[in-house]
Design a protein around this ligand. Structure first.
Ligand code: AGP
Length: 612
């Protein structure tokens, strides 16, 4: 996902832009650039590859000036190259643009502009924007703002834009449609950024620009308007988290820091939503009566958030008696799921910007459904387009591989299921108390697992070198198996497959041999799932499989059957996934570390997939 930053004030813009781009690196990118207004010119530098390449270029050719825009590009149209990287300029070099999103009608606009004499240097969709603005000025637009409005009115698709005019020396412009963009408010300086972590060290108040809005930033103020020129009085919001939340805080990677943050985040969610009298408060505006009448839920999400949705489905249907379905957002949008307006749609998204999840929300809204989001980013598109949101309050999740957001999403589902069950009378106050007592054990249990990281490291290093690995789990821990495999895949680049353990004899058992690590989630539960998992472990052991088992404290029987065990505290089965996944996060982490991959920014991956 591309990143956009911008600055206007009385400090040198280039170092501020580079600092902002460094804080956006986690989003994934393949090139970077900045443009600064300097001495009546727009001067730019852009390089393919890591940000360090651009920094080296700027050391050789420094750019002075107190007004500028910057960009990290994640290529969609045109290969990663210097010429395709942003900023893109108009023919006369007087207008520079950086862009996150896709201009869907760029081809026809490019043809039109070429016919008017414009020359294009890149293969990108973005390059049509500065030329459209330039043409609007040629056609008589009375001001930069008017020329920008005219250009924006021609665009179809999604954009978060930063725009710099040579001849408008006191302003940086920005505009948003479908891609996130915020305005950071400073003292005699103002900023634009794709998200808060990019400028968290410089501001404490932000404006979340809405779709169809643009803004003119000056050092002493910001004017927000709609694209058709109506002035808007924006809502100014205080930033909820601190700058250090977006720093390493002494950990070698953001991912390791975020794994360690999980117990605190889970405790905070419990403290926020479980009242002193033992009742639950969601704080989302949907009434108890709404949930009493509810008879169907559809959960839609992608990747790790999809695994959280699978877990949420099992909890909700088990505790509330409501029919619950879950689907990959990228598949849901092609279905005809016979959904009526009485169905509650629950999109789950850490970033709140995932394109497929947003498309599913828009489709469901066209059917008249209510949307209840579980999301981590205030002001994100998912939050804006939902009727209500349960915030996971994790602070920025910088590591591309999601960890703390995942367990927070699971906690959100646990609290939601218990709340709905209690207001519907599916759960007596005594039973609710029993469940909450068990839920309160989870943060300490996660902490206990994290304290075992040195043992888990040895196991991860021992099994990191194979071509593949197989993760097996049942019922509540089937999603855990999928999530453990995804973590391993995305940060260690080793193929890994998560499977329902009950399916093993329907095919995957053919894979078992002495070189294939088989990770079995086999924590002690009071029901038959444990017995059946035990049988699976024995089937693997009988075929000389390399078994890594996640087992409950005190389970000595299983330990005899396996090559390696990760011992975790026994908690109520429904809540065990939050504990078990911490072990698998660390297992993947240390396997990746042994393989020497870029754990926070794995190859090819973006933190949020804002394109379909
Ligand atoms: C998780 O480790 C991945 N980075 C990815 O699968 C992610 O969960 C998915 O893209 C959904 O992102 P979202 O939660 O921001 O919507």
């Amino acid at each position: 996902m591309c990143g956009v930053v911008g600055y206007i004030g009385n400090k040198e813009a280039a170092p501020i832009l580079i600092d902002g781009l460094q804080r956006l690196e986690y989003r994934g990118y393949d090139s970077a650039g900045i443009a600064v207004s300097c001495g009546g010119k727009v001067v730019f530098g852009k390089e393919v590859g890591r940000l360090a390449n651009l920094e080296r270029e700027l050391e050789k050719n420094p750019i002075a000036g107190t007004r500028g825009i910057g960009h990290t590009r994640w290529a969609t149209h045109g290969a990663p190259s210097q010429v395709n990287s942003h900023p893109h300029l108009s023919s006369d070099g007087a207008i520079a643009v950086v862009h996150n999103g896709i201009i869907e009608n760029y081809a026809e606009l490019r043809d039109e502009l070429t016919g008017q004499g414009h020359k294009f240097l890149s293969e990108t969709d973005t390059e049509v924007v500065p030329h459209l603005i330039e043409q609007a000025l040629k056609d008589g637009a009375a001001s930069s703002a008017e020329a920008l409005r005219s250009a924006l009115s021609r665009l179809r698709g999604a954009y978060a834009l930063g725009v710099l005019f040579r001849d408008d020396p006191d302003t940086v412009y920005c505009a948003r449609l479908g891609s996130p963009l915020i305005i950071g408010l400073g003292e005699n300086e103002n900023f634009i950024a794709s998200d808060v972590p990019a400028i968290i060290n410089r501001i404490s108040e932000v404006i979340y620009l809405n779709d169809g809005e643009m803004a003119a930033l000056r050092a002493d103020g910001v004017e927000v308007s709609t694209i058709d020129g109506r002035i808007v009085t924006p809502e100014v919001k205080k930033i909820e988290f601190k700058a250090e939340d977006a720093e390493h805080a002494g950990f070698e990677t953001f991912m390791l820091k975020e794994i360690h943050e999980q117990p605190r985040i889970l405790r905070a969610l419990l403290a926020k939503h479980v009242m002193a009298d033992g009742t639950l408060e969601l704080g989302t505006g949907l009434s108890p009566d709404y949930f009493r009448k509810l008879n169907r839920i559809m959960i839609v999400s992608c990747g790790t958030a999809y695994h959280a949705g699978m877990y949420g489905k099992l909890l909700l249907e088990n505790l509330t008696g409501i029919a619950v379905e879950t689907d990959l957002a990228s598949e849901f949008r092609y279905r005809d799921p016979k959904i009526d307006p009485g169905t509650l749609i629950i999109p789950v998204s850490q970033s709140g910007e995932t394109a497929d999840t947003l498309a599913s929300i828009r489709m469901a809204k066209s059917w008249g459904c209510k949307i209840f989001a579980i999301c981590n980013v205030e002001g994100s598109s998912v939050v804006r387009e939902s009727d209500a949101t349960f915030f996971t309050n994790c602070g920025p999740e910088i590591g591309v591989a999601s960890t703390k957001a995942y367990t927070a999403q699971q906690m959100a589902f646990a609290l939601l299921a218990l709340y709905i069950a209690s207001v519907r009378g599916d759960l007596t106050p005594e039973k609710l108390k029993e469940y909450l007592k068990a839920l309160r054990e989870v943060p300490d249990a996660v902490h206990y697992v994290i304290q075992k990281k040195a043992e888990i490291q040895l196991i991860g290093e021992k099994h990191h070198d194979g071509p593949s690995s197989l993760y097996l789990g049942r019922r509540y821990n089937y999603p855990t198996a999928l999530e453990g495999a995804l973590k391993n895949k995305e940060i260690s680049y080793q193929h890994a497959e998560g499977y329902a353990a009950g399916e093993m004899k329907h095919g995957p058992i053919a894979l078992i041999n002495e070189s294939l690590p088989v990770i079995c989630i086999c924590t002690k539960t009071a029901d038959e799932v444990y017995e059946k998992m035990l049988s699976n472990v024995k089937e693997v052991e009988a075929r000389s499989g390399r078994i890594i088992a996640v087992v409950s404290e005190g389970d000595t029987e299983l330990a005899k059957l396996t090559d390696d065990v990760i011992i975790v505290p026994a908690v109520r089965d429904e809540f065990s996934p939050m504990v078990n996944v911490a072990a698998l996060q660390l297992l993947a982490y240390y396997a990746a570390r042994a393989r020497g991959t870029d754990i926070d920014k794995p190859r090819n991956l973006a933190k949020s997939v804002t394109v379909e």
